[in-house]
Design a protein around this ligand. Structure first.
Ligand code: AHR
Length: 503
């Protein structure tokens, strides 16, 4: 058994958690919309065609904001096709995923779905094949009360009240050569600045996200952020980050270290934002919106085949990664990393939410909805990780892996919910061979006691859930004991743990 020590002190805090760090993402891609959130005619759906069982699961995850409608999809999206009488809406060749978009669900339907999901919409605009005027028209359609061309159009479509969408993404992955309308950093910076300026004239209350790099390995990172932010700094509020992870080398120990890569990525983007701030002598701070993150690699081959050889289908089963136990550990680790940066990461979106690289799946052909392994660390962190992040002082043993050095065995963060008088310690033992005994000094949290130690564990790293049953689900353990302000917890190898203290 190895030993780790930690001190939590209510006086040492990182930041209040912005609940939008528990956001997610629905793109018009694969079976996310059609067959996912929307399936008219299914007895499991409501009068508007929205799957009620899926909505229940989304609500259980407590997702406060959902990015829409893409993703790569947005870069050739013609929003006008997706509003008005459904029978008059055109079918379109969807170029990003080589699918057929039938536009049965559009801006209005999604705004209504989000309301039912107790969530806000984070709207992305097309800065690939379109530009300033279309962004302004869409914003006017969504947020202007009435008395203008596009607000009156919305009213004529049956939505008297504006949707009041607060957060808008200025395009998607515009640094990526795969993106329709891909731009250089200079081109993007100028377009984003001018679009943002116009949008804030229409609605000064909105928040805008400037496109950052598509991943840490982009050759243009971090010059992209520096150059584009220098241009649009005065008008935007956040810069986006995207990154997907996977165990391509089938090396579990190394895979569990990828959260250190996310950590390094976040630190670099913060440094770049602050470099631009200093250069501009600005008082304004740009925060981060990590609005696409997840594990994504299982489905890559099948997706390439489907798009290349069987294009132009409605809702083809694309990006249907089936997640295993070690993927759930990685999702838990990535959430710990996001929370540790809660002072600058204000929004984040698990990409995506239903059927497409998703925690929630629906059976093809209208069967039941079921929960993937990654559902659980997301759900528990989202539910218990609200409040103030405490700055843990951690002394943990460490190890090296194939591609990472000095990987701390224990990755952890704690969130104090003052209102509920709860402290949740989230901890993963990344040592795949040995137990670690974690002793946490919580003497400053007077009156608190151990409520529960929940664990996600499985001897089989490749164990998966399915519609037929769950191999991976959280259970309660007796591996923590509390005495004299000290919490002693045994973290089994390769486990995700949540230790809950209550007053
Ligand atoms: O989430 C799947 C895709 O990943 C998105 O469409 C794109 O933005 C990213 O490359």
């Amino acid at each position: 058994m190895k030993n780790a020590k930690m001190i939590l002190d209510r006086a040492f805090t990182v930041s209040k958690v912005d609940e939008r760090i528990y956001g997610s993402f629905i793109e018009h891609l694969g079976r996310a919309v059609y067959d996912g959130i929307y399936q008219p005619g299914n007895p499991l759906s409501d009068e508007e065609g929205f799957r009620k069982d899926v909505l229940d699961m989304v609500r259980e995850l407590q997702v406060p904001i959902v990015r829409y409608p893409g993703g790569n999809f947005v870069s050739s999206f013609v929003w006008e096709d997706s509003v008005g009488p459904v029978e008059q809406r055109p079918k379109r060749l969807e170029l990003a995923w080589r699918s057929l978009e039938k536009n049965e669900v559009g801006i209005g339907e999604f705004a209504r779905w989000a309301k039912k999901a107790d969530s806000q919409v984070m709207m992305a605009i097309n800065l690939g094949t379109r530009g300033i005027a279309d962004a302004c028209n869409l914003l006017e359609y969504c947020n202007h009360p009435s008395g203008s061309k596009y607000s009156d159009l919305r009213i004529s479509h049956g939505s008297k009240d504006p949707f009041n969408i607060k957060v808008w993404c200025l395009g998607n992955e515009m640094d990526g050569p795969w993106q329709l309308g891909h731009k250089t950093m200079q081109e993007y910076g100028r377009l984003a600045e001018e679009t943002a300026k116009a949008m804030k004239i229409i609605d000064p209350t909105i928040e805008l996200v400037s496109c950052g790099s598509s991943n840490l390995d982009m050759p243009t990172f971090p010059a992209w952020e520096a150059v584009s932010l220098e241009q649009d700094y005065n008008y935007v509020d956040y810069v986006s980050m995207h990154n997907y992870y996977g165990n391509k080398a089938n090396d579990t120990a190394d895979y569990l270290a990828v959260s250190d890569d996310m950590d390094a990525f976040i630190r670099s983007v913060i440094a770049t934002c602050d470099y631009v701030k200093a250069k501009k002598r600005s008082k304004k701070t740009i925060n981060l919106s990590f609005d696409e993150w997840n594990v994504w690699f299982h489905s890559n081959e099948a997706d390439n085949d489907l798009m290349k050889n069987h294009p132009w289908q409605v809702a083809p089963p694309l990006l249907e990664d089936i997640y295993n136990f070690e993927d759930a550990l990685v999702v838990g680790l990535l959430m710990i990393t996001l929370l540790r940066h809660a002072d600058r990461v204000k929004m984040a979106c698990l990409a995506q939410l239903v059927n497409v690289i998703a925690p929630i799946m629906t059976e093809q052909g209208g069967g039941k909805a079921w929960k993937q392994t990654i559902y659980y660390p997301f759900m528990l962190t989202s539910r218990y990780g609200r409040g103030t992040v405490l700055q843990p002082v951690l002394d943990s043993p460490a190890h090296d892996t194939a591609a990472h050095e000095d990987v701390k065995d224990v990755a952890t963060v704690a969130v104090w919910n003052e209102e509920k008088e709860e402290v949740a310690i989230f901890a993963v033992n990344r040592n795949i061979g040995e137990d670690v005994e974690l002793v946490t000094d919580v003497r400053s949290l007077e009156g608190y006691h151990l409520a529960e130690h929940i664990v996600l564990e499985n001897k089989d790293m490749k164990a998966v859930n399915s519609a037929a049953g769950e191999a991976v689900a959280p259970v309660s353990t007796d591996r923590s004991r509390f005495a004299d302000g000290m919490m002693t917890s045994v973290l089994k190898p390769a486990t995700w743990n949540m230790i809950l203290l209550k007053k």
